[in-house]
Design a protein around this ligand. Structure first.
Ligand code: NIG
Ligand code: FE
Length: 431
């Protein structure tokens, strides 16, 4: 190969976790740092990495199609968000006063609000409206430095409306620079028409929804809100086992508010990830550790719900050697933010994670939570060239200087998609 597509040079500090597997426990803080670095990219993949001076020598005689200069700034792997409720209709600012007056999240849901209010707006919205609303959020995420995200259904709760959400995810995957992975979450709440008949709704999901979703190849994962008053452990087990039979890998919203045993179930059924986990017990966390489940912690959600309790990330890392991942949980209710950088700050403040642990949790471990750890999540030869260029020179600066966007540029599969904080449509053109 004599030609190279891209050389990213002028990297003051390249920081990345290393490996093709999630990093567990204390290994989360081991990141590789190279100062004065450069990265060579060809056909969307990383082909060489090293000190810039050495790499320039190594590449002498090769023609380089394009060069990007990071101007002494830090470069990390493109960030990954493994848990979002991206596609939904409407918003829920009308519930703000209720929330602030102290009405609990599950009470708002039990009164037909919360998730059920978004179900009404999502059912009413056209596919086109959902597409444009989700695209706006995705554009924000890209400007934040995210290059891959997971997106769940779960605001349709009837076949057609669930399919509508999942088709939007598929269309965005085809048209947007961010890569999306899709999760079917028909078991996000019990719809009004099944009120008091949760078991029948579970049967409906298993018999009528899952076969169609699987046949249309619209999802890779299946998720359930396993929570007091929503889906029990037994109901969640039935849905996730059925999903597995259709080839959908299990994920689970577990032990968010009440310690129901969702973490134990995640371990038992070998879920790829378990999310929230504020109330997870030691037994639950150790069951997850034994079967390699990735805990996805969502500090924006506990923050926005005004809770004083947070996920026990330190215990997960120090006591249970778990590979913690972080996510926005972007949704219109419990966490209406696309800002992964706010989440990084909250992980530092409330979960006491170090800047290195936070980077691993937002890159390689987040990739593992969506089964992509062999192709993305680190800057290594052979991985996809997904990079975030920061307007900062070191990792600690990110959670330290909070409330603003530190992303300077984003490279996705070797293409510059954000530069100088703005979208780039074709090479060199600012959108
Ligand atoms: O992960 N907990 C359940 N589902 C979402 C919230 C969805 C909503 O409130 O609309 C979550 O927090
Ligand atoms: Fe969620």
């Amino acid at each position: 190969m004599s030609q190279l597509d891209l050389l990213v040079k002028g990297i003051g500090r390249l920081v990345t976790p290393i490996g093709q597997q999630a990093r567990r426990g204390r290994d989360m803080s081991e990141v590789c740092e190279i100062t004065n670095a450069a990265i060579a990219v060809h056909e969307g993949y990383i082909v060489a990495i090293g000190k810039e001076a050495e790499l320039q020598q190594e590449l002498e005689g090769r023609s380089i199609h394009r060069t990007l200069d990071a101007a002494g700034n830090m470069v990390t792997p493109g960030l990954i968000d493994p848990h979002t409720h991206l596609v939904h209709g409407g918003s829920r600012e009308h519930e703000l006063a209720l929330k602030r007056s102290g009405v609990p999240y599950l009470d708002i849901l039990a009164q037909g609000g919360g998730i059920l209010s978004t179900v009404r707006s999502t059912r009413e919205a056209s596919e086109e409206q959902l597409y444009h609303q989700a695209k706006r959020s995705l554009d924000e995420m890209l400007l934040q430095g995210l290059t891959t995200i997971e997106a769940k259904s779960g605001y349709g709760l009837e076949l057609e409306a669930e399919l509508k959400q999942l088709r939007v995810v598929q269309r965005l995957q085809e048209s947007h620079p961010i890569d999306l992975v899709s999760t079917f979450m028909g078991a996000h709440a019990v719809p009004i028409e099944y009120a008091g008949r949760t078991d029948e709704f579970v049967n409906h999901i298993i018999e009528k929804m899952l076969p169609v979703i699987a046949a249309e190849r619209l999802a890779e994962f299946c998720d359930v809100f396993c929570e007091h008053g929503v889906f029990s452990v037994e109901q969640s087990r039935r849905i996730l086992e059925a999903g597995k039979r259709y080839g959908l890998k299990p994920k689970i919203h577990a032990d968010e508010i009440v310690a129901l045993g969702g973490a134990e179930l995640a371990g038992e059924i070998h879920a790829i990830s378990a999310e929230h986990l504020l109330a997870a017990t030691d037994q639950g966390l150790s069951a997850m550790s034994a079967s390699g489940v990735v805990p996805v912690v969502l500090p924006g959600t506990s923050f926005n719900l005004g809770l004083t309790k947070h996920a026990r990330a330190r215990d997960m890392i120090d006591k249970f050697a778990l590979p913690v991942a972080l996510s926005t949980d972007y949704n219109p209710g419990s966490c209406p933010t696309e800002s992964i950088q706010l989440i990084m700050m909250l992980a530092s403040l409330n979960l006491k994670m170090s800047p290195e642990e936070i980077l691993t949790a937002c890159t390689l471990n987040a990739a593992a939570a969506i089964g992509r750890e062999s192709s993305i999540g680190s800057i290594e030869i052979g991985k996809q060239a997904d990079l975030t260029v920061w307007n900062a020179t070191n990792l600690s600066y990110l959670p330290y200087h909070f409330g603003i966007n530190h992303t300077f540029g984003v490279v996705k599969r070797g293409q510059t998609v954000v530069w100088n904080r703005q979208r780039v449509s074709r090479e060199g053109d600012v959108e």
